[in-house]
Design a binder for this molecule. Structure first.
Ligand code: AMP
Ligand code: ZN
Length: 493
C-alpha cells in the first residue's frame, strides 16, 4: 500500500485513487518568461519519481503539467510574459517558445518522463472565463472597473475553509495582503484577481464579458486541472512556495465554482538551496544547469553529469530542503558511480548455486526494503541506502570475496529484474551519457585500464617492486585496486 504525506490534512495517509488502477495527477509547471533553474528542476525530478512510482505499481496515470505563459503578475501589476517580451522587443509567444524549448531540453537531459498532457494557460482562456462566470454566479466574485475579484470574506461566510493548506489564519492573510496596483478596485485586501482589465500597454489581452484583459495567475491551474482530470481528482503537486497564495486560491476557486476543491491529496516539494541559502538570481547565489554540467561556475570545482545531479537530488527526501554544494555533489557522484557499477556488473553476473542459496534471501530482503521505502512517501534516500546493500553484495561476488555459488541462478535473475526496475524505471537513473563529467570519467577508466595492464605485466615479469609501487601510489591517490577472480578492478574512495 502506498503512503504519502498529504499537505492538506498534514498527515501521512494511505493513498486510495478515486478509480482503482487510474491516477490523475496535476503538477504546476514552469513559468516560461525566463529560463528554468536547477531549483525548478528539483521539483520536477521529484514529481517524475512520484509519477514513475505510480506507473511501477501498475497504475495508468494521467500526468498533467501545465506551462504558465500568461497571468503571472509582478508587484507593479504587469504580466511577466508581457514585460519580458516588451523589454526584448519580441512577441510574448516568442519568449514563451524559447523558454519552453529550453525547459524541455532540461527535462530530457535529467531523464524526466514527459507528462501525458502539457496544457498552456493561453490555450485555455475560454475555460478560465467560464470559471470566472461560475464564481460570479455563485455570488463569490464581483466585477470592479473591468476586473473581477474573488470575494474572500463572502467565501468565508459560506463556511468554506481558506488557509488550511498553508496553515494561515485569515486575519493574518488580511494584514499581509500586498498593495498591488489594482488595490483600489478591491473591496477587501485579501480578495484576489481572477480577471484583470488590461492597461493600454499590456500586450497579452483577450475579450471577456468584463473587459479586454487577461486571467489571474491562479485561475489557469483550476481550469486546466478540471478540464483534463475532472472536478475531483487524485493528486496535485508543486513546490512548497506555491502553497500560498497559488494553491490556496486554486482550492477556493474550484470549491466556489463547482463545490469540489479539486485534488484529494496535495504534495509539496521542498526547496533547493545553494551553500545553505535559497537559490536566488538577484544576489548571485544561483547556478545554471549548463554551469553545473560544464563546471564553469565559482560554486563548483568541476562539471557533474546530469545523472550524478539527479542522483544528488534523490539523496534527500522530496519534502526536505536540499543544500547543493560542491562537496555534496562530489559525494553524490561517487555514490551514483558505485550504484551504476554494480548495476552493470549484475548484467553479466550469474548465480551458480542451487535454490535457497545463502545470499538469495539477503539480496531479496534488501531489494524488497528498497521497494517498501519508495512506497513510504517516495523515500528515495532510504531506498538508495537499501540499493547500496544490494550493490555491496553484487560487488563482493564480482570481486571474489563471496562465491557465485552463494546465489542461485533463478534467485539472482529475479533479483536483477527487481534491481533494474528500481534503478531505471523508478529512480530514472541511467548509465551516464554526454557531458564533460562523463567524458572525464571515461578517460579515468581508460587510464586505469592502462595502469592495471602495466601492473599485470610487471607481475608477469616478477617485478614485485614495480607492482607494489603502482598499488601504493594509487592508494595514496585514494584509488584502491582489488584483485578478484575476473581480474583486477579499481574503486575511487
Ligand atoms: P516557476 O517556474 O517559478 O513557477 O517554478 C516552477 C516550479 O519550481 C514550482 O513548483 C516552484 O515551486 C518550484 N521551485 C522554484 N524554486 C525552487 C527551488 N529553489 N527549489 C525547488 N523547487 C523550486
Ligand atoms: Zn499552478
Amino acid at each position: 500500500m502506498l503512503k504519502l504525506q498529504d499537505t492538506l490534512s498534514g498527515k501521512k495517509v494511505e493513498f486510495e485513487p478515486l478509480k482503482p488502477g487510474f491516477v490523475g495527477m496535476y503538477v504546476c509547471g514552469p513559468t516560461v518568461y525566463s529560463p528554468a533553474h536547477i531549483g525548478n528542476c528539483r521539483t520536477f525530478v521529484s514529481f517524475d519519481v512520484i509519477y514513475r512510482t505510480l506507473l511501477y505499481l501498475g497504475n495508468k496515470v494521467r500526468y498533467v503539467r501545465n506551462i504558465t505563459d500568461v497571468g503571472h503578475l509582478l508587484d507593479d501589476g504587469e504580466d511577466r510574459m508581457s514585460k519580458g517580451a516588451r523589454l526584448q522587443q519580441l512577441e510574448p509567444m516568442e519568449v514563451a517558445q524559447e523558454h519552453t524549448v529550453g525547459f524541455h531540453d532540461m527535462m530530457r537531459i535529467f531523464n524526466n518522463l514527459p507528462p501525458s498532457i502539457e496544457p498552456r494557460a493561453t490555450g485555455h482562456i475560454i475555460e478560465q472565463i467560464e470559471m470566472v462566470e461560475q464564481i460570479i454566479e455563485a455570488g463569490l466574485a464581483y466585477e470592479s472597473n473591468g476586473s473581477v475579484y474573488f470575494d474572500v470574506p463572502a467565501y468565508l461566510e459560506k463556511g468554506e475553509g481558506y488557509g488550511s493548506l498553508s496553515g494561515r489564519k485569515v486575519d493574518d492573510l488580511m494584514a499581509e495582503s500586498r498593495d498591488l496596483k489594482a488595490q483600489g478596485d478591491k473591496r477587501h485586501p485579501s480578495d484576489f484577481a481572477i480577471w484583470m482589465k488590461a492597461g493600454p500597454d499590456h500586450i497579452m489581452r483577450w475579450n471577456s464579458p468584463w473587459s479586454v484583459g487577461f486571467p489571474g495567475w491562479h485561475l489557469e491551474c483550476s481550469a486546466m486541472s478540471r478540464k483534463y482530470l475532472g472536478e475531483e481528482f487524485d493528486i496535485h503537486g508543486g513546490g512548497n512556495d506555491l502553497k500560498f497564495p497559488h494553491h490556496e486560491n486554486e482550492i477556493a476557486q474550484n470549491q466556489a465554482s463547482c463545490g469540489h476543491g479539486g485534488a484529494r491529496y496535495w504534495l509539496h516539494t521542498n526547496m533547493l538551496l545553494l551553500n545553505g541559502k535559497k537559490m536566488s538570481k538577484s544576489d548571485g547565489n544561483h547556478i545554471t544547469t549548463e554551469q553545473l554540467i560544464s563546471g564553469e561556475s565559482e560554486h563548483v570545482s568541476k562539471g557533474y553529469s546530469p545523472m550524478a545531479i539527479r542522483f544528488f537530488m534523490l539523496m534527500a527526501h522530496y519534502g526536505s530542503p536540499l543544500d547543493m554544494s560542491d562537496d555534496a555533489l562530489a559525494a553524490a557522484e561517487k555514490g551514483y558511480q558505485r550504484l551504476m557499477e554494480a548495476v552493470k556488473r549484475s548484467e553479466t553476473l550469474e548465480g551458480t548455486g542451487s535454490e535457497g542459496a545463502p545470499l538469495d534471501l539477503e539480496i531479496h530482503k534488501a531489494l524488497d526494503e528498497a521497494r517498501a521505502h519508495m512506497l513510504d512517501d517516495f523515500n528515495t534516500p532510504r531506498a538508495i541506502a537499501s540499493l547500496f546493500e544490494v550493490a555491496s553484495l553484487i560487488n563482493s561476488i564480482a570481486d571474489g570475496h563471496r562465491k557465485a555459488s552463494d546465489l542461485s541462478a533463478a534467485g539472482f535473475a529475479e533479483a536483477r529484474t527487481k534491481l533494474l526496475a528500481l534503478v531505471h524505471d523508478v529512480l530514472g537513473l541511467q548509465a551516464s551519457t554526454g557531458g564533460d563529467a562523463d567524458d572525464s570519467s571515461e578517460r579515468i577508466n581508460g587510464l586505469m585500464e592502462l595502469v592495471i595492464d602495466l601492473r599485470a605485466q610487471s607481475r608477469a615479469d616478477r617485478n614485485w617492486a614495480m607492482s607494489d609501487q603502482i598499488r601504493d601510489q594509487l592508494a595514496a591517490l585514494d584509488i584502491e585496486l582489488k584483485d578478484g577472480k575476473e581480474g583486477t578492478t579499481f574503486s575511487l574512495k
